[in-house]
Design a protein around this ligand. Sequence first.
Ligand SMILES: C[S@@+](CC[C@H](N)C(=O)[O-])C[C@H]1O[C@@H](n2cnc3c(N)ncnc32)[C@H](O)[C@@H]1O
Length: 370
Amino acid sequence: MNCIHFGKCGACDLYQLTYIDALSLKEKRLKELLEPFYKDKIEIFSSPKSNHRARGEFRVWHKDKKAFYALTNLTKDGIEIIKECPKLLEPIQRVWTPLLEEINKDKILKEKLFSVEFLSGLSGEVLITLIYHKRLDDSWKEAAKELEESLGSFIIGRAKKQKEIISRDYINEKIEIDREYFYRYFEGGFTQPNPYINQKMIKWAKDIVKEIKEKDDFLELYCGLGNFTIPLSFEFKKVLATEVSKTSIKNAKINKELNGAFNIEFVRLNAAETYEALNRKREFNRLKGINLEEFNFSTILVDPPRAGLDSSSLELVKQIDNIIYISCNPLSLKEDLKELTKTHKIKRVAMFDQFPYTHHIESGVYLERI
Ligand SMILES: C[S@@+](CC[C@H](N)C(=O)[O-])C[C@H]1O[C@@H](n2cnc3c(N)ncnc32)[C@H](O)[C@@H]1O
């Protein structure tokens, strides 16, 4: 990928190397970090070099009465005006310039516009959130409706304590693994940023699960909108999947219906609460109608935020025989593996290049009880 902003824009900080060299550098780093626990092969999953990013968040910079896209610069002491961003998916590229042109033509759309967020996927729909430092009135809604029609995308306006949905606040996405899975991605919930890599991560996890002999039931923490849960659920008898975000759990329940994955119970519980519930330390109204005694978990998948697992989640994970750990931070993964490898052995490790041209490493580790 070539970008005129390489070396100036802070979004890509590993731009001096070829894609292959950057990938090898990350592999070497992951190998070194995991060395104390694992010396075998790391499975490498590469990304398309450009047009791979399904989410984009840009500041809007106002200069000479015109609006520009902007991002924090590489030295983190200012901004870089962004004229192109080749890593964005094709559907976002399609609306990128027309959106800014329309904003610059219309005072109502432009005034006090603070930032723009894009969300898209492989099925091509685009959701655009315009965030303002002003109250959004009827004239804004009219202008946004016209904008929506001219771009063929979905527009949301946000301001302090205000959310205006012009026609809908989600996109439809379709992911092909062993069959097609259907998802809605709602604005405000977590979605994986690289759909090509996401597909490979789900397939990797599903292939592991297919090999597990005594499958029984499946537990997932940090399940988001059911990204992994739904394709994996068909391999198990019953599934309990928990997550802290209300938006994501609401979204997950819709995705469950869309795919007929009726053996899943999605419950809004944070990871520590899930530990308390499953170890009968506390009762939750949110679990009403679900008999925890009926579950016999053989397998767990965790995909925590950068901080990794907290102490109670670690305790819970260790109680399960087969562990699939998806990590976006190899440092917290390393810390957690210090504990998990006391009871489990690492069988497989994968590196997924979710964030090309950055130092970020996404990885997957599969462990079995010793
Ligand atoms: C890296 S995302 C993974 C989501 C999902 N696995 C996916 O593939 O889309 C991490 C998720 O953890 C959730 N989360 C953050 N802190 C949490 C906590 N303490 N307990 C449970 N979920 C949490 C976030 O809302 C987010 O959905």
